[in-house]
Design a protein around this ligand. Structure first.
Ligand code: ADP
Length: 544
């Protein structure tokens, strides 16, 4: 009898999953789709995919001519603009590695990251030239290319992006790249130690793009108008530039203008249907809408993806009143970044509205191809919606190591799962809910308290704009929760009122023993609460 192992069954073509396919598709199928950029002077720059296609290929050719070798890192220090989009495609299709630098980091950290990544070329927006000047003596890049967003002359000794593109003759041909070739690189923001580099491959990014466009993921199609507010230096703007170009939709880039009024103007003038950003941005836009309540009638009923930090349920509810739908997603630099998205499953659609809001406020269901499990000291925790464990993930767009950082090997389990550092519960329906990051856990008298749950509840109080809950050492209970509260403009509330508000909602021992009113919560460069700083500030709290 013939066994299966002995016969080779011919199946499908082994077409490599590489970015050149998306670029070719953009140029051939969607030449008239538009890309709009809010420029530094607030004017709107417009061009089409046909221009984008031509210029991305010109960049690819110019880089090759300038001596870029496969695997060379090309860094960008740029806002969300069409030129940055050209770098997103032009660098990788020529075999280079697109390394997006977080311009909000301290210059010392940016220089450290450039040196650690061994970047050979640097593309920088002219409006960020001061930042470049602050690091230039501490880095060693071969060529600096300046994008003239303002039209001012490029400083002596540096190359203008336009002159650089002009070195291309238009005869670029794609190198044959295996699909595992590195496409891009991002460093984690370093909230948990030294920044760590993650390398994405062409394959991982293509699969991530296909996955994230799905209706139950970020739901992107050709007829959408997409505005990534999340910076292109923060986990590749969550992959949206690749996904947007793949589906061929109009893209409206906010440039350096990320304030609520400029964003609302852009949403209105470009009739944006999909946008994405961190909770802080959406909190600001919400306030602006509340100040000018008729404004929303001029907007499309947009979907606003929120991620990077927990989206408070109260915010999701408030946007519903403006016919704007907040979609909560969770991810990490190490995951390209999409891990989960919270959409309501059909079998739950008829649930009580409060249950539906709770589901929308949790981090959501795993993406196709992303496996999840939560582990505690006894092994894998049951999917019962209340046992907590550290979330581990596995999948084709999850990193398998950090760049030149062998000391971090223990972030991966012996059986190949990535340890996220997030503490979660998983429900029987497959919804993941983050209760904390491992380093932010509060353990009181041997019991865990979820800081995220408390923050979410507190931010539902009408007087509270923001709340961060931290663990502070306690002589009797080891640790007790302390809540730092930012009040809404003109609002007031007492500690007793906040306590009484929480009482019917959580176990008694969860209620913070201390509430402190602060002007603002310190944040990381990517919009997360900087709890380390708060813990430091309140470490000697007197519990008497
Ligand atoms: P860093 O780890 O350097 O801060 P990342 O942007 O990769 O940078 O952050 C990933 C982390 O952000 C996650 O592990 C998680 O703790 C947090 N995070 C991301 N999205 C969410 C979300 N929707 N809800 C709660 N936390 C989130």
């Amino acid at each position: 009898m013939r066994t299966l192992e002995n016969s080779v069954l011919s199946t499908m073509m082994r077409t490599p999953l590489t970015l050149s396919h998306l670029l070719e598709r953009a140029g051939k199928i969607f030449p008239t789709s538009e890309i709009v950029t809010r420029m530094p002077d607030r004017s709107l720059h417009r061009y089409t995919y046909a221009d984008f296609y031509r210029r991305s290929r010109a960049l690819a050719e110019a880089l090759q001519k300038a001596g870029m070798q496969p695997g060379d890192r090309v860094a960008t220090l740029s806002w969300n603009t069409s030129a940055h989009l050209e770098a997103y495609f032009g660098i990788p299709v020529a075999g280079g590695v697109l390394h997006t630098l977080n311009l909000r980091l301290h210059p010392t950290d940016i220089a450290y990251i450039i040196n650690h990544a061994e970047d050979r070329f640097l593309i920088v927006d002219d409006v960020l030239i001061k930042l470049y000047e602050a690091i230039k003596d501490h880095i060693n890049v071969e060529k600096v290319i300046v994008v003239p967003l303002t039209g001012k002359p490029v400083p002596e000794g540096l190359t203008s992006y336009e002159d650089f593109l002009a070195t291309a003759t238009g005869d670029f041909s794609y190198p044959d790249l295996p699909e595992d070739t590195a496409l891009g690189m991002c460093y984690t923001s370093g909230t948990t130690g030294k920044p760590k580099g993650v390398l994405y491959s062409h394959r991982s990014m293509i699969l991530h793009s296909l996955g994230s466009a799905l209706p139950d993921a970020l739901n992107l199609g050709q007829s959408d108008v997409l505005t990534p507010v999340v910076p292109m230096f923060h986990v590749m703007a969550w992959g949206l530039p690749f996904t947007g170009i793949m589906v061929g939709c109009k893209i409206a880039m906010p440039g350096p203008h990320l304030d609520a009024v400029n964003l609302l103007d852009l949403y209105e003038s470009e009739q944006v249907s999909k946008t994405a950003g961190v909770p802080t941005i959406w909190m600001g836009v919400l306030q602006a809408l509340q100040k000018e309540p008729t404004r929303w009638t001029k907007l499309l009923p947009m979907e606003m993806v929120v991620g990077g930090a927990a989206a408070p349920e109260a915010m999701i509810r408030a946007y519903d009143t403006f016919n704007l739908k907040v979609v909560h997603a969770w991810g990490m630099t190490e995951m390209s970044p999409l891990g989960t998205v919270s959409r309501i499953k059909q079998n739950l659609a008829g649930s009580d509205p409060d249950i539906l809001y709770a589901l929308r406020a949790c981090q959501g269901m795993p993406m196709p191809m992303v496996e999840v499990r939560a582990m505690n000291e006894h092994g894998e925790v049951p999917w019962d919606g209340h046992t907590m464990g550290e979330l581990e993930v596995r999948g084709p767009w999850v990193a398998q190591s950090y760049f030149k950082q062998e000391s971090e090997r223990d972030k991966w389990s012996a059986d190949g799962w990535f340890r996220t550092g997030d503490v979660v519960t998983i429900s029987s329906e497959g919804y993941v809910k983050i209760t904390d990051r491992t380093k932010d856990l509060i353990k009181s008298g041997g019991e865990w308290i979820s800081s995220l749950d408390l923050e979410n509840l507190l931010m539902g109080h009408p007087a509270v704009r923001e709340a961060a809950v931290i663990a502070v050492t306690h002589p009797r209970w080891d640790e007790r929760p302390l809540a730092a509260i930012v009040l809404k403009e003109g609002a007031s509330v007492t500690t007793e009122e906040l306590r009484a508000y929480l009482e019917p909602k959580v176990a008694k021992f969860w209620i913070p023993d201390a509430f402190v009113f602060v002007d603002e919560i310190p944040r990381t460069s990517t919009g997360k609460f900087l709890k380390m700083q708060l813990r430091d500030k309140f470490k000697d709290w007197n519990w008497e």
